[in-house]
Design a protein around this ligand. Structure first.
Ligand code: PAF
Length: 284
């Protein structure tokens, strides 16, 4: 696996592959990789001849009081994991390379981005879509892979691809979980031992929502209440939202269907975690 840090080198490698008629897969990440990211590399490899991964901690998507400066990083480890998994090319630009000038033009998503994560993290999705759009332009992938754990992000990227007529196949990889249900996330590293135990509440709340649906509850209020009851068992956990929503538009629904998504966000100590599940896709 080769690592490049500037667009000219990236473009040169990609041009050679394109001339050979290779199909190109892209897996954008912010690094500090875990098995969830590596499964996305597997998915890209299944669908493309060459796989490009990117590692870039994008300042545009962090709010002023968020964890940009302490976001975990370990480039050597990430590089070894990606190479082992069969990545062909790694792009690791610096902030100066990605944003040589103050950003004047950015993508501004609409209502889909103002709910849920967007309400708690104003400007976050504008930052995500702007950097993903730049990476799409730089790499020109045939297929791009994102994780389901960031459900709203994946839905917005799908919508961006549609709205801007990008000829890119989007693949969303299932959330990978620890044995006790906790969704893998680079931010899990912030959890101390007690908070790590409390963090199980997110997946437990989603399981409870799925159980309520299987038991015949069809109104969204009842599904949300089943999830909320689980969080209620620990008063130290602060719930930001429990969303029961349409999986494409992310609008709240009144009555659920098998494809309804339940998204949760909660603060465990100083760490904010998110998770989600589709009602008819039981989480292990
Ligand atoms: O999901 C992430 O890691 C980031 O939001 C992404 C898509 C790489 C954009 O910075």
């Amino acid at each position: 696996m080769e690592t490049v840090a500037v667009p000219a080198e990236l473009r040169a490698r990609l041009a050679a592959w394109r001339q050979e008629g290779r199909r190109i897969g892209l897996v954008p990440t912010m690094g500090y990789l875990h098995e969830g990211h590596l499964r996305l590399i597997d998915l890209a490899r299944e669908r493309a001849d060459r796989v490009v991964a990117t590692i870039f901690v994008n300042p545009l998507q962090f709010g002023p009081r968020e964890d940009l400066s302490r976001y975990p990083r370990d480039l050597d480890r990430d590089r070894a994991l990606l190479a082992e998994r069969g990545t062909d090319l790694l792009f690791t630009p610096t902030v100066e390379v990605m944003y040589p000038e103050p950003v004047e033009v950015r993508l501004e998503p609409g209502a889909m981005a103002s709910r849920w994560e967007g309400a708690v993290r104003p400007g976050h999705f504008s930052g995500v879509l702007t950097v993903v759009a730049k990476l799409f332009h730089l790499v020109g992938p045939d297929v791009a892979c994102f994780g389901q754990k960031d459900f709203q992000q994946a839905a917005l990227i799908r919508r961006m691809v549609r709205d801007l007529d990008w000829p890119i196949e989007l693949v969303v990889g299932s959330t990978v979980r620890e044995g006790d249900g906790l969704a893998l996330s680079s931010r899990n590293v912030y959890l101390g031992p007690e908070d790590r135990i409390r963090a199980r509440l997110l997946s437990a709340a989603l399981r409870s929502a799925q159980r309520a649906w299987r038991d015949g509850i069809a109104d969204a209020g009842g599904i949300a209440a089943a999830a909320r009851a689980v969080f209620g068992t620990d008063p130290t956990v602060t719930v930001d939202y429990i969303a029961v929503a349409d999986p494409d538009t992310l609008e709240p629904v009144a009555t659920v269907s098998p494809s309804t998504v339940v998204m949760v966000a909660a603060r465990i100590g100083t760490t904010r975690l998110i998770d989600n599940a589709i009602l008819d896709q039981p989480i292990p």
